[in-house]
Design a protein around this ligand. Structure first.
Ligand code: BV8
Length: 259
């Protein structure tokens, strides 16, 4: 009886064009809290789905901006876990492994993946709200928190006087057209989609695996907990990304060595 790692390895080794779609669970083992995890400090009384909105930024810019700078400082201080390295290893083994991510932490690129589509923008990039004038992330990192509770007044753009915000996609905002076009193309072209660490509830990202499967692709879900997609998955691998992905890479290497 083959293990789930062997079954998934078999699917990937025989795939013509595998792609990966990741969510916040991909970064959990690097210490980046998922959207489901309880928030800490000042933000314990907020729901991230409410904070990650243009309305919240308009209403309480110092709370929202402080939340993102706190997350930015967390992310620049951590390293991608072995699950990220496993995806880089598979990209080198296959020659290509496009990654579409909902995450804004930049960890796939930091690990060495070269084909990464960031559906929801990046925490590592800032701009002004109206004019989209870039604001250097180095200048954000040296801003001092006002008070100990994490609030931080956003800087004002020198070009147009508007408030500086993170270059992420908030709820109620359109996804970047280029990213969405690339993600749709990859979804339509792939024959295997590895769905890692996402609760599959945020749209339009959550529609991508459904579309891939409707076009004949097989979808393998890697998640320690069930999601709305689990019952649809061709293979539901109930595991953490940091455990499953290195095991998967190991299985694929040994399969390729024996052929
Ligand atoms: C839009 C950036 C047009 C900011 C984020 C239908 C169609 C279109 C839109 C909608 C629709 N229905 C509703 C909407 C509106 C909304 C939406 O989807 N709402 C949800 C809540 C129902 N979508 C939008 O607003 C999008 N814009 O469509 O514009 C429009 C607008 C309005 C109305 C209609 C159309 C914009 C969505 C993007 C929002 N920005 N991020 C920031 O990061 O601060 S989304 C944010 O939340 C994350 O990026 C992420 O995508 C999402 C959280 O999802 P996950 O990544 O899955 O993370 P989560 O914490 O939920 O789950 C973690 C999973 O990991 C769990 O399953 C857990 O079991 C697992 N896990 C834990 N540990 C591990 C693990 N897995 C593996 N290993 C582990 N160790």
């Amino acid at each position: 009886m083959s293990t789930v790692a062997e079954r998934v390895a078999e699917i990937l080794v025989t795939a013509r064009y595998p792609i990966v779609l990741t969510g916040a669970g991909m970064s959990a083992e690097s210490g980046v809290p998922t959207f489901r995890d309880a928030m800490t400090g000042l933000w314990t009384r907020f729901d991230p789905h409410e904070l990650a909105t243009p309305e919240a930024f308009r209403r309480q810019p110092e709370v929202v901006f402080g939340w993102y700078v706190t997350r930015l400082r967390q992310v620049v201080a951590i390293d991608p876990h072995p699950g990220y390295q496993a995806l880089v290893h598979l990209e080198r083994l296959f020659g290509t492994l496009p990654i579409v991510t909902q995450n804004v932490d930049g960890l796939h690129r930091r690990a060495g993946s070269t084909d990464v589509t960031e559906l929801h923008g990046s925490l590592l990039s800032f701009r002004c709200a109206a004019g989209h004038h870039a604001f250097p992330v180095e200048e954000v990192l040296v801003l001092a928190q006002v008070g100990g509770d994490g609030r931080l007044d956003p800087p004002v753009c020198a070009s147009c006087g508007d408030l500086v915000r993170p270059n992420v996609v908030w709820f109620g905002e359109m996804l970047p057209e280029a990213a969405m076009t690339r993600a749709a193309l990859l979804t339509e072209h792939c024959d295997v989609l590895l769905l890692v660490g996402t609760s599959s509830v945020v749209y339009p990202a959550a529609a991508l695996p459904i579309r891939a499967q409707a076009l004949g692709a097989r979808v393998v879900e890697v998640n320690p907990a069930p999601t709305p997609f689990t019952r649809l998955a061709n293979v539901a691998w109930q595991a953490r990304a940091g455990d499953a992905l290195p095991e998967l890479a190991k299985q694929i290497v040994s399969m390729k060595a024996s052929t």
